[in-house]
Every structure is written in C-alpha cells, then in structure tokens.
Design a protein around this ligand. Structure first.
Ligand SMILES: NC(=O)c1ccc[n+]([C@@H]2O[C@H](COP(=O)([O-])OP(=O)(O)OC[C@H]3O[C@@H](n4cnc5c(N)ncnc54)[C@H](O)[C@@H]3O)[C@@H](O)[C@H]2O)c1
Length: 463
C-alpha cells in the first residue's frame, strides 16, 4: 500500500494560496525528526509542513506492510481514548494510521479498572486485532518484568498526567525509563511536558538533553502547530520573507465546562497558563521565536478580588486552599530575542462549552489572524495593497491526526517524499514553552504580591 499522500482539497478560501512556489527547502533546517527546532533556528522559520500535505484521516491510506507495529500506551484517560470534552482520542488516530499492523502490547495505568474497561470496549469493536493481546500494568517496570521479546515496543505514547513526567525523579521520570528499557524506541509525549514546581524546570531540560543524545524520535503533543491554518500562516511568512513584529494571543476558556477539581488547583495542575494557556504560548513562540524570559511581565485578576467572582463553577472551590486557587484573568507581555513583542491574555470567563481563542501575528504590511482554532479554524489575512482581509476556512482539518501521522511517518522513515513528514514540536522546544508559561505565572504572582504589599504599606501610613 502506498504511503504517499495526495494534496488535500479541504482548504477552502475566498482566494488562492499566496504564491504558488513551494518553500525553498534550502532556507530551513530540515531535520524532520524535530531536533532542528533548537534556538539556533531562524525566528519564525522553524520546521513547517506544506499545508496541502495535511490530509484528514478519511483521505489517507494507512501505512502499508504486514509487520506488526508494537506500541505501549501510558495512561488510559481522555487523551488516549477520547471524552465528551473535545476531539482528542489518540487511539482512534493510531488505528486509522496503522490499520491491522497496530498492536498495543501494553496499557500502563495505575487505575487498572479504567484501563480494563477501555480495552474491553475496543475488544468489542472492529479494531479488536490491535487490542486483543494488550496487557494492563500499573507501571512500565511491571511490563518490562513480564515482557516477551515479541512484545518489545517500537513506540511509546505517553498520555499520563504531566505531574508524573518531565523529571529525573523516580516515579516522575517516564521518559528516562522508556530510554533505559527500550533504547531506540520512539516517544510521543503529551503537553505540557511537566507540571512540577518551578525549580524543576532545569530537570526537564536535562531530560531533553538525554532525549537528544539518545537520538530517540520524540514528538510533543502541541497539535495546534499541525493545523492547516497555522501551516498556511507559516507559508505566507516564509514565502514573503516576513519578519514577525508582534504576536497577540487571547485564550478564553469556557470555565463552566471544566469539572476536573485538579484544574482549579494550582498545586495540582500548576494553573491555567501552565496547563492550558500553554498551547497558545507555544504557538506564539512558533511564530515569534525565542523569548527573552527576563522580560516577561504579567498581571492577574484573582478569585478574591471584586471582579473575580464566577457564578457557574462546576466544582466546589472552597475545598481548594485559598493560596492554590487559580486566577480568572492573566495578561502577559514579553520581548522575543528578535526584538518583536509578544502578548498573551488568558481568561476563565466564558460559560457554555466552546472556547474562544485568537492569535494574531503581525509583520510589515501583513496581519495574520487565526480565529477559533479548536472548533472551526478561520484565518484572516491582510496584505499590502488591500485594506480588506481575505478569509480562509479549513473544513475537515484534524491536527490530532496530522501530529500522529507525521510522527509515525518519521518512525517508518518514509523517504520517498523527504519533505513530507515533520515533527513540529521537539521535547527541548516544548521545555522552552514550559519555561515561558512558568515565567508568566511567576510574573503575575509577583505583581500581585507587590500590589498587596503596596496596599498594606499605604494602609499603615494612613493609620
Ligand atoms: N493536546 C490536547 O488538546 C490535550 C487534550 C487532552 C489532554 N491532553 C493532555 O494529556 C494528558 C492526560 O490528560 P487526560 O485528559 O487524558 O487525563 P485523564 O485524567 O483523563 O487520564 C490520565 C490517566 O493517566 C493515569 N495515570 C495516572 N498516573 C499515571 C502514571 N504514573 N502512569 C500512567 N498512567 C497514569 C490516570 O489513572 C488516568 O487514567 C495531560 O498532559 C493533558 O494536558 C492534551
């Protein structure tokens, strides 16, 4: 079966894609495995994919061959097996990409009952061949102790909570364990790479160094980078040789729909910027380049301020320690190393279900505005010579499939189209996004502490 992909017709626009010539590949670092995304890479010209190559599942053929493709899944939760909260469901995309070759040799999750239940559902369906021999273990070590040579995984997909990864500490070092037990196996790690205390960021960078040195193929789940709209933005920037001058990101989540108590507790999830806003901080970096972390400033609206009251929370916030309750609004600005300016505002204000998120990228003569990337991406482009924006829509786009598909193509080392597959988010790059999100959280907490101290001092002066 062929692995080559047809150009998609699912990019709808009110005008044609600017410039028919494809990117000059000599202009960019073409390390398809993701390690080319280091700080030495040019500002906005990180790895990119021709948007016409991002093909939805129903218009692609699965990777051919008859040999088994052994995978270990770590985590049996929503990201792996889907939920009502969103379109994510890695197992579903794997099944489509690998077809009958997919063999999930082990599912690692301390919640054995949950893992067993999701497997049972799979075994009751037409994808039974991928799961009929899957064994459930509480830890990766347990699997290693019981593994037969035939079960050795070619790839490990990690969708456990981030508090259990991204460090060198036992029990929170899944990446190190994978490299130790399965050298050469590819890794896919969900975002964010960790949610530990800030002083552990250095450890995450050490994990990144180990991954780079091991040469393991590793992709991190910042799937918005794989949106057709995002890749069209990249294409416009590259083809017109633009220098990004500003990124303006706004992320409004529908707080009413968030019923996980941990999300509302900074001590558990590290707060909404580190856990959720991370997607948009990452996209901002994807366009703006490296951030000068020392320039990050931020303000927040907190739960105990007059304007911070929320009337439709699905959880009981009184059960969370006051110091661990999350801000309702966080607004940050920073300088990129290029001199460009970035800004990001996260608000937990919407009710209902859908989020409202926008990212603007500005360059001389150009504005690229990405609207609603989670639900139905629309891109508005303003160019020199026309005061009106052109609108592009992208029906049927599936960035979750594209990130998995590209990762598997790299593992399979498909050479027939060397431009085709790219890993757009390396582990090291994801560490930098993690660092930015922590810097934003810290800057907002600093501002708040300064304001409280100033108010206290003013009150004391009055007395
Ligand atoms: N890219 C996206 O849009 C997206 C969407 C959803 C989730 N995610 C990410 O996926 C990750 C998991 O989120 P989720 O929603 O699936 O969470 P979840 O709570 O639904 O599932 C996590 C599962 O991991 C299990 N687990 C706990 N500790 C473990 C360990 N040490 N080893 C293995 N498994 C362990 C839990 O028992 C649970 O079954 C998070 O990092 C989250 O941010 C990303």
């Amino acid at each position: 079966m062929s692995s080559s992909r047809r150009p998609s017709s699912s990019l709808m626009m009110t005008s044609t894609i600017p410039g028919s010539a494809r990117r000059g590949s000599e202009r960019r670092v073409n390390d398809r495995r993701g390690s080319g995304l280091s700080s030495t890479e040019g500002l906005s010209r990180r790895g990119s994919i021709d948007p016409s190559r991002l093909v939805p599942m129903d218009r692609t053929t699965h990777v051919g061959g008859t040999d088994n493709f052994n995978v270990v899944f770590v985590g049996a939760g929503n990201i792996m097996f889907g939920s009502d909260e969103g379109p994510w469901n890695h197992s579903f995309r794997f099944e489509h990409k690998l077809g009958l070759r997919l063999k999930v040799v082990a599912l690692i999750d301390p919640a054995i009952e949950r893992a067993t239940a999701v497997l049972q559902k799979k075994c009751d369906s037409f994808v039974v061949s991928a799961y009929q021999d899957t064994r459930v273990f509480k830890t990766l070590e347990d699997f290693v102790k019981n593994m037969t040579p035939k079960e050795r995984p070619r790839a490990v997909l990690v969708g456990s909570p981030p508090m259990f990864r991204g460090t060198l500490q036992p029990g929170r070092d899944i990446e190190m364990q994978i490299m130790k037990y399965f050298p050469g196996a590819a890794m896919f790690i969900e975002k964010p790479i960790a949610t530990g205390p800030k002083n552990e960021i250095e450890e995450a960078f050490k994990v990144a160094k180990h991954i780079t040195e091991s040469k393991a193929i590793c992709s991190v789940g910042y799937m918005l980078r794989y949106l057709k709209a995002v890749q069209l933005m990249k294409q416009i920037i590259e083809e017109n040789q633009l220098t990004v001058m500003a990124t303006i990101a706004r992320y409004a989540c529908a707080y009413e729909a968030i019923a996980k108590p941990d999300w509302w507790d900074k001590s558990k999830s590290a707060g909404p910027i580190v856990e959720q806003g991370t997607h948009f901080c990452d996209l901002s970096r994807y366009f703006g380049g490296e951030v000068d972390i020392s320039t990050v400033t931020a303000h927040s609206l907190e739960w105990d301020e007059n304007a911070g009251h929320l009337s439709k929370m699905a959880i009981d916030e009184s059960k969370i320690a006051p110091e661990n309750r999350i801000p309702r609004v966080t607004a940050a600005t920073w300088k990129y190393d290029s001199g460009a300016v970035g800004s990001f505002t996260h608000v937990a204000t919407l009710q209902g279900h859908n989020y409202s998120c926008e990212l603007e990228v500005h360059a001389d003569g150009y504005s690229l505005k990405l609207v609603n990337p989670y639900v139905q991406p629309v891109l508005y482009v303003r160019k020199p010579g026309d005061d009106h924006e052109q609108m592009y829509t992208f029906p049927d786009d599936d960035p979750f499939f594209s990130e998995v598909s590209n990762w598997i193509d790299i593992i399979e080392d498909i050479e027939e189209e060397p431009e085709a597959a790219q890993i757009l988010s390396s582990y090291e790059d994801a560490c930098k996004t993690y660092e930015l999100t922590w810097a934003i959280r810290e800057a907002s907490e600093r501002s708040r502490a300064n304001k409280l101290a100033a108010s206290k001092a003013a009150a004391e002066t009055r007395v």
